[in-house]
Design a protein around this ligand. Structure first.
Ligand code: SF4
Ligand code: SF4
Length: 428
């Protein structure tokens, strides 16, 4: 069983996870902000219901602890409830503590985390072989087998992932000459690295134009996969490795990542070291340098991309709720779209992607994306921008099914086009 964190770093200060869960006074003020409650009307699928269940679980008062599994598994971890809550109850972290107490299935996550980070060369070869099999149509044949052996999420993931690059982002970035006096570091999240190298290339090009020379951090996974689905200790080990790389790099400027979920997790590193003051201090120095793409672009001098058509920005949950970047994405989009900018209603509501949620909870995820696509269609948008890998995947799938007139791009791709007009018209 994965060890719970037991102490959380909340907006109101450090406290035990039990105290954090007990702070939910059941007012229900957050109910309408919760996408899974809005979709189902079920109390156990609301923040209030989940907090009560985890508290009872911690007190040992649930006669059948496994009865809380559906409530905990169906949480998007989006954080909208915390934004709406006057007491800032950190429901997403409390839900994760609950999952750890239940002993969530973690074998696959643990295997992937270790393969990806401790045997990266082998992992890349195996992933390219899987991509080749997908291109040959073999993965289609494997889907029924995956369902039979209890891995239906992998079958759904295979259906959602349409782009399979031959060359990963870190292989491309390894060819760049090292800057002697780097003014920024690029942190390559797994999504841009393994699925959307064009996003990482766009981010690096934007950083070079805006800030001058910089370097790829040659980072490991941020640890979010291990934190959400596997072992906290694995997440801690990855955090230590990334912090040490940052310290060794000696850059004078920001560390920039282009998946808001991963960047939000990087910014939460101190919470992993509440019992270890030396590493907590190092994590805090690291976090002071970390920035997400929306906050870089909100401060940048950008001109409108030509012939974009009506364009909106979906605020990735881990940017707006996870990092408090409430308007930065919209500010960037206003500059990038110019007179084509439209404000997306409910722009800060989760799209239902949420890491592996879309693969593990496909029916509920589809209910949520349908509502999101309806809001996008109501603006007449031809382009929607986002800043997280799971949003790019989920929006692409939702638009393909319900509103194919619109395409999804990463904010960095639009910014790269804005700063290098010869790239106009490129993107998803
Ligand atoms: S999480 Fe906050 S807003 Fe929601 S029911 Fe609990 S105290 Fe109220
Ligand atoms: S994190 Fe999101 S899905 Fe989970 S309870 Fe809060 S608002 Fe609902």
């Amino acid at each position: 069983m994965s060890e719970p964190l037991e102490r959380l770093s909340t907006d109101l200060g450090e406290r035990s996870s039990y105290d954090a869960a007990s702070q939910c006074c059941r007012c229900g003020y957050c109910e309408q902000a919760c996408p899974t409650y809005a979709a189902t009307g079920s109390e156990s699928r609301s923040a209030r219901g989940r907090n009560q269940l985890v508290r009872l679980l911690m007190e040992g008062r649930l006669t059948q602890p496994s009865s809380s599994q559906d409530a905990l598994e169906t949480c998007l971890l989006c954080g909208a409830c915390t934004t709406a809550c006057y007491a800032r109850v950190p429901t997403a972290d409390i839900v994760l503590e609950g999952r750890r107490l239940l002993g969530q299935p973690r074998k696959l996550s643990r295997f992937l985390t270790r393969l990806m980070n401790d045997h990266r060369g082998l992992f890349m070869v195996l992933l390219k072989a899987a991509y080749l099999a997908k291109r040959l149509g073999l993965s289609l044949l494997a889907r029924p087998f995956l369902r039979i052996v209890g891995l239906p999420g992998l079958a759904v993931a295979d259906a959602h992932v349409r782009q399979t690059p031959w060359v990963f982002l870190r292989e491309k970035l390894a060819r760049r000459p090292l800057a002697a006096d780097p003014r920024w570091l690029y942190f390559a999240p797994c999504g841009p690295d393994l699925l959307f190298p064009r996003v990482g290339e766009a981010t690096v090009s934007v950083l070079e134009t805006l800030h001058g020379p910089g370097n790829f951090m040659s980072n490991d996974c941020c640890g979010l996969l291990a934190y959400n689905y596997g072992d906290v200790e694995d997440a801690r080990a990855l955090a230590r490795r990334n912090i040490a790389r940052f310290e060794a790099a000696g850059a004078m400027g920001p560390v920039v990542g282009d998946c808001s979920s991963c960047v939000a997790f990087l910014k939460s590193y101190p919470q992993l070291f509440l019992e270890d003051p030396a590493w907590k201090a190092r994590a805090e120095r690291f976090v002071a340098a970390v920035q997400d793409v929306p906050e870089i672009l909100a401060q940048a001098d950008l001109s409108a991309v030509k012939d974009l058509g009506p364009a909106v920005c979906h605020d990735s949950c881990r940017a707006c709720h996870g990092q408090g970047l409430k308007e930065q994405g919209q500010e960037a989009m206003k500059k990038l779209a110019g007179s084509s900018y439209r404000r997306l209603p409910e722009s800060d509501v989760c799209c239902g992607g949420a890491g592996a949620f879309a693969f593990r909870q496909p029916t509920l995820s589809d209910d949520i994306i349908r509502r999101k696509v309806g809001r996008i269609a109501s603006t007449g948008a031809a382009v929607v921008a986002a800043s997280s890998t799971s949003c790019l995947l989920q929006l692409a799938e939702g638009l393909r099914k319900y509103y194919p007139e619109c395409r999804v791009v990463h904010l960095s791709e639009l910014a790269a086009q804005s700063l290098a007009p010869e790239r106009q018209g490129q993107g998803a």
